[in-house]
Ligand binder design. Structure first.
Ligand code: CUA
Length: 343
């Protein structure tokens, strides 16, 4: 490498690093853990922010001293040695005691934060939700309301929501960054976390434990409603879907039964499949397929044509998600007509 091309390579590397760094300045972050919107996430930040600042200060202090020493004590010749020092009780005590005090302080703050977050909220005001991780979507069950839904967790603002979580396949991790930290979701075990939103809104999240091919497509959404809005959502999701009367939707329902959809999806009063998401109130959701796509006619059509082509789901030669049902365009139209009645 000539000095010139070496310089060019270095400049290129610096430019790439700077560009990556600049992406963190994006306004529309969506999943910004620093932007806490509830007491659980705030508790995490009350620990993380001061400890992070101390760590950054120490980083610059140490790096500053290293750079200072490198420049100041750089050897100017073969026999140029700085003054040799053996033992300095004051300095040694200082650099032993100061970090020890700091670490003990951080340790106490960490343990007390962990205890606060680990305490399961109790009481009549706490909403209980069971979270089930699947490759690659989330199932939410509300035992008291008898609601089963997918990918979008609807909660009332100002109330603690206790999540008891498990997985049917591999380890996932539930992470709604603006509302809480992340907790692993483990097969044959129940883990828990609690969340609370202080204001209505939509909070995006993500599976945060590598769980196979579509890990990155295992998103989640928490929707926080005011009390009336949440009651309305509960009403919608506890009403048994009506049997469609329109001709195309009724034909779509027949297809749903005979094309195998019913084997994997539950629709109340129609089918009891549990492998895929419960579709009883599909239209009360904004997204589908692990919150990967907006729920609209165009996306549903693309999905029904060939699901594994829209979202990678074939792992080790086995399709872990929805198969391609080889539906005709006409059949897809009828199925969508039916799915659109599932309010
Ligand atoms: Cu589920 Cu990553």
């Amino acid at each position: 490498m000539t000095p010139r091309s070496r310089l060019r390579a270095r400049l290129g590397l610096a430019a790439i690093t700077l560009a990556l760094f600049a992406t963190s300045c994006s306004e529309d972050l969506g999943q910004d853990p620093f932007d806490d919107r509830g007491p659980a996430a705030e508790t995490v930040n009350n620990l993380f922010k001061p400890v992070g600042l101390i760590a950054v200060a120490i980083f610059f202090l140490v790096q500053g001293l290293v750079i200072y020493s490198v420049i100041k004590f750089r050897a100017k010749g073969d026999d140029d040695r700085p003054k040799q020092v053996h033992g300095n009780a004051k300095a040694e005590l200082a650099w032993t005691i100061a970090p020890a005090v700091l670490l003990v302080g951080v340790g106490f703050a960490t343990v007390s934060t962990l205890i606060t977050l680990d305490r399961e909220p109790e009481g009549p005001d706490v909403l209980q939700v069971e979270v089930v991780g699947h490759q690659w979507w989330w199932e939410f069950k509300y035992p008291d309301q008898e609601i089963v839904t997918a990918n979008e967790l609807h909660i009332p603002v100002g109330r603690k929501v206790n999540l008891r979580m498990t997985s049917v396949d591999v380890i996932h991790s539930f992470w709604p960054p603006q509302l809480a930290g992340k907790i692993d979701v483990v097969p044959n075990r129940t883990t828990h976390m609690w969340i609370q939103a202080d204001e209505p809104g939509r909070f995006d999240g993500q599976c945060a434990e590598f769980c196979g091919l579509s890990h990155a497509n295992m998103k989640l959404v928490v929707v926080a409603h005011d009390a009336a809005g949440f009651d309305e959502w509960v009403d919608v999701n506890t009403t048994t879907p009506r049997t469609p009367t329109a001709e195309d939707a009724a034909a779509g329902l027949d297809l749903f039964k005979i094309k195998g959809c019913a084997g994997c999806h539950t629709i109340e009063g129609v089918s009891v499949g549990t492998f895929g998401p419960n579709l009883s109130h599909l239209q009360s959701r904004e997204t589908f397929a692990g919150a990967m796509f907006d729920l609209d006619e165009k996306n549903l059509r693309r999905w029904l044509r060939d699901p594994p082509a829209e979202k990678p789901m074939v792992q080790n030669g086995k399709n872990l998600g929805m198969p391609n049902l080889e539906l005709s365009e006409e059949e897809i139209t009828l199925l969508i007509a039916y799915l659109e009645t599932l309010s």
